[in-house]
Design a protein around this ligand. Structure first.
Ligand code: GLY
Length: 372
């Protein structure tokens, strides 16, 4: 048995695990991250990093509220990680343009604009000259678009690396290439079996993305997290070809300062199959070039894929186990792991410090899984 010197063992070194490790290390907690691959090597390496609660959360007031709170905290959280690590992270407040290709899209987006205005979020309907000026490369058949300037995007692989480095600078240990295989009670604490021995800790944070359900201890709270494959393309274009995050019902485009445009993403219920497929790539290329024809001339750089950790109500599970109080869940973030990372880190820190009073915890409690 390896005696971990950490008080809190975090299973999973994706953006959630690394954000939690950074936040806890900053709070003076001795933490250790266990990651079966490399840090950021799961869904995080494929994330487009879109921070857009008013696009992803059209139908869910709870997701919008959680996303807005996390988005409001984003710039300060990134700045802290950059300062601690010395690593650069691109965070662009580029806004989103959610486009209407059909009259039905336009009706839905006008309704969405009114809804978010009622929540105090500015959004503007653009069409004709105003739309061409905002996003000149859009297909001329696009009817109009809802622009939400407060939306942003973050380079997730760079941010995850910065969070890891910042956590390590704060005293965290990170073990990679060692996969956790089970969690069980052990006296007053927990024991985590791995592919290379056992670790004990008084508290364990389960942040293993799509693999979290398989690791939840037998007889503990069910956390029905399932894999949902997303494939995503990297295209190289002259900088400025695409200016906003452009979102349609078929595809989204995320522009970076160097001209890279990420094209996302498929959403496929194919279990733990992590392949990029010819069909997935073809679907994304077709949709992207239909929306912005100039992308047909882009350089194809690569296809990435990751398994989103889906939950039945699309909300994460963040909270203490009712069966094993030393176990804290931080999983099931589905399409919003990047967006919800700062909020998740703050909530887990509160839980570790013994404060369960944050009203957001009621919305994301793992106990709701039994009710769904
Ligand atoms: N958040 C975008 C996606 O999961 O594809």
């Amino acid at each position: 048995m390896q005696q971990s010197s950490a008080d809190v063992l975090i299973i999973g070194g994706g953006i959630i695990g690394c954000a939690v490790a950074f936040e806890l290390a900053e709070a003076g907690v001795r933490v250790c991250v266990l990651e079966g691959r490399r840090t950021g090597g799961g869904a995080s390496q494929a994330s487009a990093g879109v921070l857009a609660p008013y696009v992803e959360g059209h139908d869910s007031p709870v997701l919008r509220a959680l996303g807005r709170r996390s988005l409001d905290a984003y710039a300060a959280f990134v700045a802290r990680a950059v300062e601690r690590s010395g690593w650069p992270v691109e965070l662009a407040r580029c806004g989103t343009l959610e486009v209407a290709v059909t009259e039905a899209d336009a009706v839905r987006l006008h309704r969405a604009r009114k809804m978010i205005a009622a929540e105090g979020v500015p959004g503007k309907w653009l069409e004709d000259r105003a739309l061409i000026d905002a996003e000149p490369a859009l297909h001329p058949g696009v009817l109009g678009a809802l622009r939400i300037p407060s939306h942003a995007c973050v380079n997730v692989p760079a941010f995850t690396a910065a969070l890891e480095a910042a956590a390590v600078a704060g005293g965290a240990a990170v073990i990679t290439g060692v996969a956790a295989t089970s969690i069980a009670p052990d006296g007053a604490g927990l024991v985590v079996e791995t592919s290379a021995g056992s670790h004990r800790a008084s508290q364990v944070v389960l942040a293993a993305g799509a693999w979290s359900a398989a690791l939840a201890p037998a007889g503990a709270d069910p956390v029905p997290v399932r894999p949902v494959r997303g494939q995503l393309l990297y295209l190289a274009t002259p900088p400025g070809t695409v200016r906003h995050v452009v979102w349609s019902s078929d595809v989204y485009l995320v522009p970076w300062a160097d001209g890279t445009v990420l094209v996302g993403a498929t959403s496929e219920e194919v279990g733990f199959d992590e392949r990029a497929t010819a069909g997935g790539v073809a679907q994304l290329l077709h949709a992207a070039t239909a929306l912005v024809p100039a992308l047909a001339d882009a350089t194809f750089v690569e296809a990435r894929r990751g398994l989103r950790p889906g939950s039945p109500d699309d909300l994460p599970y963040i909270g203490r186990s009712e069966v094993l109080p030393g176990l804290i869940y931080a999983c099931g973030h589905y399409r919003n792991g990047a967006l919800l990372a700062p909020l998740t880190a703050a909530l887990v820190r509160q839980l570790v410090e013994g404060d369960a009073g944050d009203e957001a915890l009621a919305a994301v409690t793992p106990a709701r899984a039994e009710r769904l």
